[in-house]
Ligand binder design. Sequence first.
Ligand SMILES: Cc1cc2nc3c(=O)[nH]c(=O)nc-3n(C[C@H](O)[C@H](O)[C@H](O)COP(=O)(O)OP(=O)(O)OC[C@H]3O[C@@H](n4cnc5c(N)ncnc54)[C@H](O)[C@@H]3O)c2cc1C
Ligand code: SF4
Length: 326
Amino acid sequence: MKAFTYQRADSVTQAATAAIKPGAKIIAGGTNLLDLMKLQVETPSTLIDINRLSLDKIEDTPDGGLRIGTLVRNSDLAADWRVRQRYGVLSRALLAGASAQLRNKATTGGNLLQRTRCYYFYDVTKPCNKRNPGSGCAALAGFNRIHAILGASEHCIATHPSDMAVAMRALDAKVETVNGEGHTRVIPIGALHRLPDKTPDIETSLKPGEIITSVTLPPPPPGIQVYRKVRDRASYAFALVSVAAVVDSMHGRIRSARLAFGGLAPKPWRSPPAEQTLVNASANTTTFNAAADAVLEGASAFGGNDFKIPLTRRTLRSVLTELTRA
Ligand SMILES: Cc1cc2nc3c(=O)[nH]c(=O)nc-3n(C[C@H](O)[C@H](O)[C@H](O)COP(=O)(O)OP(=O)(O)OC[C@H]3O[C@@H](n4cnc5c(N)ncnc54)[C@H](O)[C@@H]3O)c2cc1C
Ligand code: SF4
């Protein structure tokens, strides 16, 4: 690990002012950042510890939603009774992630900004456009079992690893930020993570020094919520395919649907065409197959991850069957 300076922030503005300096990096739970530092994938000159800032509250918003401070730990968020009652998809997604010990440490902001689990990104001896722009992408012709089938580019086919972010995408969460000048911004979660295109090293729409302060959930949408994660082991593994779904149906007819996917793309993936296919349709296999076709329109696999295409189809069909059974 390379030497670095450690600084504890006393206020959000102080943290954001310090974070804008080249080489500075915010540390929250540290469960992703420290691993990357040990491998010298990340080599910050300064760590700005935000753990003493009072950004660890979950508060009701006047419209019936929730504001989640960036330092709320994944375990606390999953266990909060309002989240369990009103946003079951989020609670389940959180509990499907990592391990109990990691969830006790991992924070809301850190989870959104955790970096890809692409093997080659972690191996500094291999070419990787995300870690070292212009060096190439070892995954394209290498082991790409866990890689993207949607939204990737010829420069990077990595997926975003967060479960929590997928549920938040289905719930239309908004991310609140502050920069070093004290300016605040609200970013819809769908606009937080960027697709790789030619610059896979630029992963989010955050500006230098911009810090996430909280995430706001709008009032819960109507319908039943579910998070289904398909992975290699029953726990402690990242999603190969995951589906966050909120579906409102009555007497076999679907009234509204929200679908977000993990493990498929470089960002939590929402599929408006699939949702439109479902609305006002009968809840049956023909409809579910049409929704899967819509999600997978334009999907392309790279050999090792070919299986994700039929797996996505089957997982979605199973989730929709479960949600519309009543
Ligand atoms: C073995 C293992 C298994 C895992 N399995 C899963 C899984 O199945 N599903 C899943 O979703 N996750 C999984 N994770 C990832 C884990 O959820 C993340 O490491 C964690 O959520 C990151 O949160 P953190 O607070 O520790 O972030 P940190 O490591 O502190 O930070 C992560 C990044 O976010 C930045 N950052 C943090 N907070 C802010 C902020 N407020 N503003 C701006 N930048 C900020 C940091 O600078 C850093 O770049 C796993 C991790 C491990 C080690
Ligand atoms: S898929 Fe992306 S992260 Fe993985 S090696 Fe290629 S450029 Fe790097």
